[in-house]
Ligand binder design. Structure first.
Ligand code: APR
Length: 253
């Protein structure tokens, strides 16, 4: 049986689905992935230079400017057919949850209500001193070009620098987000991993956690990222093609 026919049979037989997504699901919306050597964000920037608390301490204007630029790019992007397929499946009656490593809001804009953001969000900011959330004014968000240095605003309470509300390398995930993700994965019937290279822990442990909980796992990716377990199905292809194809075969409009 072809892998996609097997995937359709599994989908038809389950109720609780966790979609575990990475940068690859937003690639067709024009947001570069991290490890795609051709157009990936890393191709232009050294992650250790920009995505760490040390980098922010050493050069806050560079890191803050980098995130303002990424935020602006994400706000101009539109959800693609893969994002909409997930919300269509939820509307068709499946119990769908989304656990994402992405910091854009494309799942929300495609109509998915509860999204667990393991690595935070470009839309949020907090004080690097007292960690209070910071509500940014529109005029604090404008940036004209990639690479522009922008001094981060100061906190009204402790005068600390405002930082992006995202998880940097060597930082812990938000405790509530991780606990929600683990609870969802341990009680699901099926985990569908879409567009993630599965190299950054602990997020990358979720598919194996699902298998240990006797759930099925479907991967959607341009490359084979499966671990070789018999309960895994590997669908090679772009998310914007494969997910709509699954829904068509399921008869979901
Ligand atoms: N459809 C499906 N998969 C795709 C597509 C597409 N159109 N385009 C790219 N991919 C796949 C790539 O093959 C790759 O396996 O998406 C994956 C993207 O991998 P990464 O760039 O490593 O992104 P991600 O897995 O989300 O990275 C995880 O690492 O850098 C940190 O915090 C950052 O959240 C990020 C985490």
């Amino acid at each position: 049986m072809t892998q996609i026919r097997e995937a359709v049979d599994v989908l038809a037989a389950v109720r609780r689905i966790v979609f575990f997504t990475g940068a690859g699901i937003s690639a067709e919306s024009g947001i570069p992935t991290f490890r795609d050597k051709l157009s990936g964000l890393w191709a232009k920037h050294d992650p250790q230079r920009l995505e760490t608390a040390d980098a922010f301490r050493e050069n806050p204007a560079l890191v803050w400017g980098w995130y303002l630029w990424r935020r602006q790019q994400a706000m101009m992007a539109q959800p693609n057919a893969a994002h909409y397929s997930i919300s269509r499946l939820a509307k068709a009656g499946w119990d769908v949850s989304v656990v994402t490593q992405n910091i854009d809001d494309l799942h929300e804009r495609a109509g998915v209500d509860a999204v667990v953001h393991l690595h935070g969000s470009l839309l949020s900011a907090k004080c690097s001193g007292c960690h209070r959330p910071v509500a940014l004014q529109t005029d604090q968000l404008s940036i004209s070009k990639e690479g522009e240095l922008v001094e981060p605003p100061r906190c009204n309470y402790c005068n600390g620098r405002t930082r992006p509300g995202v998880v940097w390398f060597r930082e812990n995930l938000p405790g509530d987000a991780w606990l929600s993700a683990v609870r969802l994965v341990r009680t699901c019937d099926l985990l569908i991993s879409v567009g993630t290279s599965g190299v950054v822990r602990p997020a990358a442990d979720l598919p194996e956690m699902a298998i240990r909980a006797n759930a099925a796992v479907i991967y959607v990716n341009l490359e084979d990222v499966s671990m070789g377990d018999e309960r895994e199905i590997m669908l090679i292809g772009s998310a914007g093609q494969v997910l709509p194809e699954l829904l068509t075969r399921l008869g979901v409009s």
